[in-house]
Design a binder for this molecule. Sequence first.
Ligand code: UT7
Length: 339
Amino acid sequence: MSAPAVEKVRAAVTAVGHYLPEKVLTNADLEKMVDTNDEWIRTRTGIRERRILEKGATSDLGAGALKALLTNRGIGADELDMIIVATVTPDMFFPSTSCVIQEKVGAKNAWGFDLSAACSGFLYALVTGAKFVESGAAKKVAVVGADKMSAITDYTDRNTCILFGDAGAAVLLEPAGEDTGIIDHRLYCDGSGGPYLYMSGGGSLNPPTHETVDKKMHTLYQDGKAVFKVAVIGMADVSAEILEKNNLTGADVAYLVPHQANLRIIDACRERMGLDPSKVMINIDKYGNTTAATIPLCLSEWWEAGKLRKGDMLVLSSFGAGYTWGAILLKWSMEAPAR
Ligand code: UT7
């Protein structure tokens, strides 16, 4: 006798939350710091301002987001089974920022770890968390994307300091009760992209010395033009690929939720998918590139604004250092917030 077919359990996003530092750094502020101007920044990137965490660390951004999420879900921190933190700006090398956040929110029954995939970190972490839910190994997995990019930004380098901001955002994964949740993913990496976006100092290759500080090896370097060329193709390709693989077209998509690195990259991706501009989540104007936080920050803001409906088909898409890139197809599980 053959065993009865087992329905695959999907992981669904059942709560969201985000945390934004209060201090705003505008393009006008940056004009006073480096040789740049508001018009250049807006037309080349779409950014008007970004947030800066003046006191505290990435764990404060992540813990703030997780506390908001728990309030939105109406559960205690002790109900969490796992906390996965995507970040390139951990508080320290060790202990993990996941452990620090676990302590800060009081999630005494959760285990967890940090995951490093730069701007694709949230997508990598979401897929990882989903596997624990799908396998039945965990019931409530918090996936946090948090980065204090101001900690690794050189505010004398106009090529990069205009781009980044600080934020934390989180989603909760639980078994989907119905036909919603994470449907599919395509994740990639190509280590040959390493020389175009990195921070070389502080690790085992170049441990901190006076020389690494003098050479500014503790702040990020980006060859913007090189990254732009591959990002614009990579993000559009993977977003189109995940639709085709699931026999969907742009008409089936309620929202594209793109990593917020550059408005021109987002536009190219949208056009490739045949989407109307109203179907794209964009907040790069307010926050810049917050690395692992951009995608969950969009989800949290759009949910809070009542613009996400249960059953909405979403494509989450990113491209970043590594290179790492990917897309996730997700059927939204949450009702709009009670008014
Ligand atoms: O999130 C992770 C993945 N990262 C990305 O996806 C970022 C990808 N790259 C980009 O978004 C864009 O390449 C940037 C926004 C970083 C730069 O835009 P661009 O259109 O590629 O400009 P560029 O680097 O080619 O620079 C054009 C000109 C240069 O001057 P010359 O050589 O033409 O005289 C730059 O020196 O603009 C100059 N420039 C600036 N001017 C005013 C560079 N930065 C600035 C600035 N203000 N902040």
